[in-house]
Design a protein around this ligand. Structure first.
Ligand code: IPM
Ligand code: MG
Length: 358
């Protein structure tokens, strides 16, 4: 039976980068016999403009039926004035939550060809290979109560709730330990247990789960120190597991170690391994429509999709090898451009990857 992939281009550079990733999927279908059907739907600002809301029922229904979802990016200045409850970002958060995509895998890998594109010294980042496992459907992103209320006297007060229950921590910890077993068998759990009770419990549960994984080396780190260590000596990390918000912040930080946030894919998985795949970067309204965005994070997200949700490891290898090849050829979008390389736009980069699939 053919695999059903739902394509959600979204906003800003989303449609540009997704177009290139879809070309790659179509090439796998047409040239390499990958049995796939693609459908497209609206999410984020594009959905607000067309339907009034960021996550139309039709999109959610298609997402539930699909074997996997590829998402570009959501959001932009056009919708920033809207109430936070109906902004484009709610489309993305709604999908993560409705599909129970609690495990967000964000690999930060340095391509040797891009060692000079990192803002850190090459020796600090050479060979970097970190997997950030971010909890994605809980924590302060979803905790209740939340809102902005008016205090007596008229002053306003904003509030959010950081909340995790044991089962949520337990399951994300297991994801991290299982992944570590296939890598260097080290997990660093990141929390703020010195200040926040919620993450004191986080640490307790991760430690408990860790006892079942005696072969995996577990350490704990406070998030402020983790941010510092990431730029000081990032190669000390193998797998990092952390809360929704800490993971959001640390993954952007880790991305820059690799030269550009335009290179990093992600997978968001449910308990059965069904997933949504997206570049970790945003909709980049400042460059949207110019055709200069880097499509490689989205194309690498396709590779993750093939590997994690569609059970097509050879197709995944093929896509990753093609990305490696175009970097070897010296092709660079502006975000990763360096002296002596060939600067290309989004479309040319996508075409080059398609050509390099052989
Ligand atoms: C990410 C993004 C999202 C998040 C936004 C767009 C809601 O920053 O996927 O990292 O905060 O999770
Ligand atoms: Mg983010």
């Amino acid at each position: 039976m053919s695999k059903q992939i739902l394509i959600l281009p979204g906003d800003g550079i989303g449609p540009e980068i997704v177009t290139e990733a879809v070309k790659v999927l179509a090439a796998l279908r047409d040239r390499f016999g990958f049995d796939v059907e693609m459908d497209e739907a609206l999410v984020g600002g594009a959905a607000i403009d067309a339907t009034g809301g960021p996550l139309p029922d039709a999109t959610l229904d298609l997402a539930k039926e699909a074997d996997a979802i590829l998402l570009g990016a959501v959001g932009g200045p056009k919708w920033e004035q809207l109430d936070i409850s109906i902004r484009p970002e709610k489309g993305l958060l709604g999908l993560r939550s409705a599909l129970n995509l609690f495990a967000n895998l964000r690999p930060a890998i340095l391509y040797p060809q891009l060692a000079d594109a990192s803002s850190l010294k090459a020796e600090i980042v050479a060979g970097l290979d970190i997997m950030i496992v971010r909890e994605l459907t809980g924590g302060i992103y979803f905790g209740q109560p939340r809102g902005i209320r008016e205090l007596e006297g008229g002053e306003k007060q904003g509030f959010n709730t950081l909340v995790y229950q044991e089962s949520e921590v337990d399951r994300i910890a297991r994801v991290a330990f299982d992944i570590a077993r296939k890598r260097d068998s080290r997990v660093c759990s990141v929390d703020k247990a010195n200040v926040l009770e919620c993450t004191e419990l986080w640490r307790e549960v991760v430690t408990r789960v860790g006892e079942e994984y005696a072969d995996v080396d577990l350490s704990h780190m406070y998030v402020d120190n983790a941010a510092m260590q990431l730029v000081k000596w990032p190669k000390q990390f193998d797998v990092m597991v952390t809360t929704n918000m800490f993971g959001d912040i640390l993954s952007d930080c880790a991305a820059m170690l690799t030269g550009s946030i335009g290179m990093l894919p992600s997978a968001s998985l449910d308990e059965q391994g069904k997933g949504m795949y997206e570049p970790i970067h945003g909709s980049a309204p400042d460059i949207a429509g110019q055709g200069v965005a880097n499509p490689l994070a989205t194309i690498l997200s396709v590779a993750m999709m093939l590997r994690y949700s569609l059970n097509e490891p050879e197709m995944a290898d093929r896509v990753e090898a093609a990305v490696d090849k175009v970097l070897d050829q010296g092709l660079r979008t502006p975000d990763i451009f360096a002296e002596g390389m060939t600067e290309v736009n989004c479309e040319t980069m996508g075409d080059a990857v398609v050509a390099a699939l052989d």
